[in-house]
Write a protein that binds this ligand. Sequence first.
Ligand code: ADP
Ligand code: MG
Length: 710
Amino acid sequence: MSKDKAEHKANRIQAKALAQKSVTSLAGVGPQMALKLAKVHVHTAQDVLFHLPHRYEDRTTVTDLGALRPNLSTVVIAQIDLAQVVFGRRRSLLVCISDGTGSLAIRLFYFNRSQEKSFQRGLWVKCFGEVRLGAKGYEMIHPEYRVSQSEPEGGLDTTLTPVYPTTEGVSQALWRKITDQALQNELPKLQELVDSDCLPNEMQGVYQSSSLQHAIHALHRPSVGVDLNNMQQATSSAHQRLILEELIAHHFSLRKSRDARAHELAPVLEKDPIKAQSFLHNLGFTLTGAQRRVCAEVESDLSRSSPTMRLIQGDVGSGKTVVAAFAMLQAACSGVQCVLMAPTELLADQHYITLGKWFGELGIDVGWLASKTPAKQKRETLERLAAGDLLVAVGTHALIQDAVNYKHLGLVVIDEQHRFGVEQRLALRSKTPAGQVPHQLVMTATPIPRTLAMTFYADLEVSSIDELPPGRKLVETVVMPAQSKRAEVIQRVKAACTAGRQVYWVCPLIDESEALEAQAATLTEQELKDTLTGLRVGLVHGRLKPKEKEGVMKDFRNGDIDLLVATTVIEVGVDVPNASLMIIENAERMGLAQLHQLRGRVGRGSEQSFCILLYQMPLSQHAKLRLKILRETNDGFVIAQKDLEIRGAGELLGTRQTGSITFKVADLIRDQHLLPFIDESATKLAAKTPQLIEPLIDRWIGSKEEYVNA
Ligand code: ADP
Ligand code: MG
């Protein structure tokens, strides 16, 4: 064995040991906590190291109240002028503070007596939060705060504070505690698995300027004086190196599934011409040319014994659901099971209603499965799926969880796949009888740029529904300042509802907790209810129970609600043709793709529809450009292209991913300059260090990846 080889072997063995050490080996992580961490795919100590912050907060300086700007997250120190409970639209505790340069209001909606009493006039508060422009000037809603007798001194951080992606019940403090331990005890054991000789010349510098251990450390614990912007833009060599490695790991996992698929068999699905005929007949509309073409492509895919993996891209409203249903009919008519999986319960519920109607008319039952389906109904559905007498099911990712067994799953349709990770796509493979894999169709309204497709969708066929159903009027989009036009907009809402139309009012808070988003929507609902007496106003947000959500959506669909106030939970797929007006607040803070998706909720009927984008000052250059693009075009493909250009120009819009895959550091759009190197590097690595591929995939994609082999 050459020295090189011996070293690679040692690396692999070390890597394996690290990858197998359970997260419960860390202090503070018991079995309960381990379950929570598993929700964000953290199972091992190594996963903790690779659970990287998705943003950073700057708590290194105090900002004078006179120098505050909206949307800025910062530390302020000031004295309390006044604290009182106010009974506005909603009871809240209002604390006014000032520091001689300016003033600020702190607002708490959830508070207890002792909190109320702690805010005494003349005492000092130090708080950290995001500044918003409220009705009476700047405010912070639920900031982190501490009250003290005298002016607090010191206590500022010397480095940027990492903020970790998290899940219910896992605090940032816990993340910091366990990453501290992992950095101290496990990081020194972390092995290099990518031989930099295999990377193209252009990339070697980046790679060698920062070791893996150093890079991981730099992201978890930025050094003193590191610039917040650089960290957010991921331009440091530590970032670049990790991004490159992550992209290579994902590319490997994709190659692996492609190789595996080449030897796989899928059930041959035969169309039943009579059933297909009556299905089309019952629709009440004729398929567009594009829909017919894609249906035919899919039909021929499914009639072959090699597994289909096809991406169906079509702009919002182009009618992808009916194509999915047509394919599912082919499966059901062949006596094989099929599922339609949606990214949200709301959307799954809507598909359930649509498919229930279409299939019901043909005497085919449709099942429903989401994480919060009532136990009894769930048990029944699970039994029928296992027995094989339920052929069609609709739901969320609950459909692919371990407890779900299928008699013979032959087709999986994944809707709006940019919300699904590759691992979920792969998990499905374990649901079929031995020796077979299901056909897969993936539907998306976000078209995928070419370089990206070549690297990350190399294993997909692509169909495009490039035509909208006839009679659609383009949504007319207007952009208005929220401050001065709100009253006018409210009058338009009233006029639309009085004319029998329905309206969405969307209140997004990007990058905020679901709780805050729900809260903003709740406040708006109250306000609109108070002003628009006589209108039936509904509210839907992520914090509602599934039953409540369903109830509200049902009422809206049936026309029993005129105005629906919502968070971005309605972003994807919701289809209520009578809704013809959409208001979107804080549009300046949202990405193009997301705004386009939201806007796609109107313009689904024959009525002329409108979308009003409300913005708060100040508007950045990029925000201005985004709003202008939306005003000028309705074409999703053009918007996706522009999105790429703007983001390519260096602005990072939040942490949302545009690709289908969830990455830890990479962003396929932002990091597209690295894509051309990936394939070549992977080929060289596969030749030189084939034994390091597995541990590399394992490190970046984690244990979910095992499904590739299932
Ligand atoms: P998306 O591609 O955004 O998922 P949907 O499948 O939700 O679009 O379809 C949008 C709306 O258009 C639905 O109400 C659907 O019934 C309707 N629709 C789909 N195809 C046609 C068609 N060929 N003619 C008329 N209406 C159609
Ligand atoms: Mg859809």
